[in-house]
Design a protein around this ligand. Structure first.
Ligand SMILES: CC(C)(COP(=O)(O)OP(=O)(O)OC[C@H]1O[C@@H](n2cnc3c(N)ncnc32)[C@H](O)[C@@H]1OP(=O)(O)O)[C@@H](O)C(=O)NCCC(=O)NCCS
Length: 156
């Protein structure tokens, strides 16, 4: 199912900067020279489908992909404006780094960027961990949204 986030009421992300500093994590927009490194990492850690969506986000200018790094290594990513206009995702955090607030910080970075692009709402496509989105940004399920844009999608 797809979920909807109201960007008009999205609060500033006051908790992430301190949490990320304490954990030694940098959250920033990805750079075009990092395209192969990032899409390779996404393919290795998640799926080739997600790597393809990340390629679309990385080929926009500026890229609509945010990354989390620690000690000069990639530990998480979040894309928007990739699968469809106004869509957030895919996103993922390295398994050993989960639960530190990185996923939430990346989500806020992307949604704040979408709000600045002029969107009033963001769609989170094909949500897996719905509790994560409900808790972090008050996302709501969209009725009759499955299978939505992914109907009949070919898979590797
Ligand atoms: C979903 C994901 C990106 C979350 O990243 P994370 O860095 O572990 O999340 P955070 O630490 O920022 O969690 C923020 C809050 O959501 C909660 N949360 C995180 N993942 C959750 C889950 N799967 N189910 C329910 N709650 C979850 C956390 O407990 C945390 O609550 P807190 O603020 O009270 O501590 C990560 O678990 C992941 O990569 N999952 C696999 C890929 C995936 O499913 N991506 C989403 C596709 S739609």
């Amino acid at each position: 199912m797809d979920y909807l986030v109201n960007l008009s009421t999205l609060p500033p992300d006051t908790q992430s900067p301190e949490r990320m500093t304490q954990a030694g994590i940098t959250i920033r927009r990805a750079l075009p020279p990092e395209l192969r490194l990032i899409t390779g990492w996404v393919g290795d850690h998640f799926s080739q489908g997600w790597a393809s969506e990340t390629t679309v986000a990385m080929t926009r200018q500026p890229p609509t992909c945010f990354i989390a790094t620690r000690n000069q290594e990639l530990v998480g990513f979040a894309c928007h404006e990739a699968t469809a206009r106004g869509f957030f995702g895919p996103t993922g955090v390295a398994e050993e780094m989960r639960g530190l607030g990185i996923g939430r910080a990346l989500l806020f970075a992307s949604l704040t960027d979408m709000k600045a692009m002029g969107y009033a709402y963001a769609v989170i496509g094909d949500v897996g961990p719905s509790e994560f989105y409900e808790k972090a940004v008050g996302a709501m399920p969209i009725p009759n949204s499955a299978p939505g844009i992914y109907a009949g999608m070919l898979k590797l």
